[in-house]
Every structure is written in C-alpha cells, then in structure tokens.
Design a protein around this ligand. Structure first.
Ligand code: CP
Length: 366
C-alpha cells in the first residue's frame, strides 16, 4: 500500500458532485448490487442514466446501469474504429498522460491508441527512464504531471491505493490501469463487453474464473462487474490461491470485502455447464512462496484444456486477460482455438478505453 494512500475499499475520493446520482450509501449500494446479482435490477438499465464520475478507480460501487453506459458507449467507439480513417476530434485539446510503474503491453498500448483516435495528445511516462529512477516520490511525479497540464492520468502502480492517492492529490482525472492486487477496472469492463457481445444479457450466465485469484486484480474487478450484471461467478483454484473472506469466512454479507460468488476447488466440477471460462496467469513468483507444489501439479489440476472445456456448455467461451503462460494455466490448443476470444478482448480494449476516456473527459454519452 502506498504511504498516505487511502484504503482502496474504504476511501471515496470523488467530491459530492461526482458521486452517483442517488448518492447511495455503501449499505444501499451493496443491497443494490445483490439485487442485480439476483437478476431483478433490469429496470435500472435505463438509457437515461447519466455519467457522474470524475475518476475510474474500481468497479466495486458501479451499478449495472453505469456499466451499461460504458458498454453502450463502447459500441459507438467500435463504429469509429471501423471507419476507413478511424480518427475523430472528440478530445482534441485534451492531454492524456500514461504513467506506468509496472510493465504493460495491452493496457498501455490500447490507452495510447484510444487517446489518439479521439484526437487527444498522449504522453507516455514509464517509471523506468523517468525521474522515478532518481528517487522522485509518486506525489512529486503526480504534481509534475499536473503542472504540465494533464487532463487525465492513467496510472499503473505496484501498490494498491496509488490511483486513489493520485485522485485525492491532483486536479486531473485518474484512471486506474492496475494497482497491485487490488483492481484493474478497464480490464473488467473490456471482459464484460466481450462477454456481452458474444452472450448477450449476462444475467444467469455462469462464468468461471480459474487460477491465482488471490493475487489477481483482474479477478477482483471482474467479480464486481460480473455480479453487478447478474452473472453467476464461480471462482476456482487451489485454496492457497483464493482470497480469504469468501464463502463463510465473513458470514454476514455486509462484512465481506468481495461480492457474493461461489467457490469450487475442483475445476472439473466448476466448469460443468459454464458459459465462459476465464483463465488467469499463474504468477510464477507465487511458486517460490510455497503456495504451489509444482507447476506440473498445478497444470494437471487447473489447466483449462480441451478435455475440461468439453464439460462446459457447447460453444462456451475462453477468455484470458494476458499475458499467457501457454501450457500452464491454459493449453496452447484452447488459447488459440475456436472458442478463444483472447484477441477479441485485446481489440475491444481499445474501444472500451476510448469510451472511458470520452465519458470522463466529456462527461456525457456520445
Ligand atoms: N491484461 C493486462 O493488463 O495486460 P498488460 O499487463 O499487458 O497491460
């Protein structure tokens, strides 16, 4: 956790004018999310929902209607990307800074392209090669980016909470591009968009997330968005790679720090009748921490392969946020097979990030 950073789950940095329209309390928001998970929130998928947020830090307090606004806006952005000359001046005059303290291929490249398609100026700053190498503190880097006139900063940081600190201490908008093991909201939005494009309404759909859930910001953000959209989320992995607080550790749902999901340690059972399976990268560094007996054993029990996919619904989708360890968490055959939508996820990432930039900087639906 970054020093002085507010707790990601507790802190809400948006001033009153940027809170959700109904100014929901945390308690009401949780109740509302559960209603969505039960599939009774469809009336709130209203086209009248307006965008009220200043930052995109996490999806833990997003309603189904707000997610739908992003996904519908993404449809409009896909149309722009399909043109012969995919360029529009929607964000002309705006300055976007990507500030990455961790490696990235997909997130960074797609944000850069998204900004350029919308006509913004995009500046890329990496910790490696920047004044961070000379010892500059995160707060000083944030102030520097503010001083050069950034309208939005897209921040990836190894510490959970860093984007909350940036949002609190600056005047620009902040998009969390991944903070430690906490959240990766644009990844979850592009996953939701990809699933919705293929499956339609996600209410009642069974989505299995398998792998290193405990250390995965992608899994955590997906839990919030998919349950908000009414999907049945099943988490699967060895007990050492599942977060505490799921299914019983905190029996009172209000005390849980994660949305209601099902946990199943046996992938052959979890995958039965699944509409989609999302494999997560096995982080090799976990093995040295004694959390896994061996990669071979892990692959034997948890690899998403053809035999296991045969137990899912016919035509079930395979997702992976990338980067992939082929032959470990997913077989090469499945990663590149007919059910895989991995490349579609990457392509949709550009349109989703265009939508997020547009909504944050223009504050309206196109
Ligand atoms: N999925 C994802 O965040 O990929 P990158 O690390 O390449 O950005």
């Amino acid at each position: 956790m970054v020093k002085n950073a507010p707790s990601p789950r507790k802190a809400r940095v948006a001033p009153p004018s940027q809170k959700r329209p109904a100014q929901l309390t945390e308690q009401r928001a949780k109740t509302e999310r559960r209603s969505n998970a039960a599939g009774v929130g469809a009336e709130r998928l209203s086209p009248d929902t307006t965008w009220q947020r200043r930052h995109l830090l996490d999806l833990d307090d997003f309603s189904a209607a707000e997610i739908a606004v992003v996904l519908d806006t993404t449809d409009a952005m896909k149309e722009v990307l399909s043109r012969d000359v995919p360029r529009v001046p929607a964000l002309r005059g705006k300055t976007i800074v990507t500030l990455f303290y961790e490696a990235s291929t997909r997130t960074r490249a797609s944000f850069e392209l998204a900004g350029k398609v919308l006509g913004a100026d995009v500046i890329n700053v990496s910790a490696a090669g920047s004044s961070v190498q000379k010892g500059e503190a995160l707060l000083d880097t944030i102030r520097t980016i503010q001083a050069i006139g950034a309208d939005v900063c897209i921040l990836r940081h190894h510490s959970a909470g860093a984007p909350y600190l940036a949002a609190r201490e600056s005047t620009f908008r902040v998009i969390n591009a991944g903070d430690g093991g906490h959240a990766h909201p644009t990844q979850a939005l592009l996953d939701a968009y990809t699933l919705r494009s293929q499956l339609g309404d996600l209410r009642g759909r069974k989505i299995v997330i398998v792998g290193d859930i405990a250390h995965s910001r992608v899994a955590r953000s997906n839990m919030w968005s998919l349950t908000a959209l009414g999907a049945e989320v099943v988490l699967c992995g060895p007990p050492t790679l599942l977060p505490a607080g799921l299914n019983g550790a905190a029996p009172d749902a209000e005390e849980r720090d994660l949305p209601p999901v099902r946990v199943e340690h046996d992938l052959d059972i979890a995958i039965e009748d699944a509409d989609a399976v999302m494999a997560l990268r096995l982080q090799h560094e976990r093995q040295s921490g004694g959390l896994l007996p061996s990669l071979r054993e892990y692959a034997r029990l948890y690899q998403v392969n053809s035999e296991r996919m045969a137990k899912a619904k016919p035509g079930a989708l395979v997702l992976h946020p990338g980067p992939i360890n082929e032959g470990v968490e997913i077989s090469t055959e499945v990663a590149h097979g007919s059910r895989s939508v991995v490349e579609e996820q990457v392509a949709n990432g550009v349109a989703v990030r265009m939508a997020v930039l547009y909504l944050l900087l223009r504050g309206e639906q196109p």
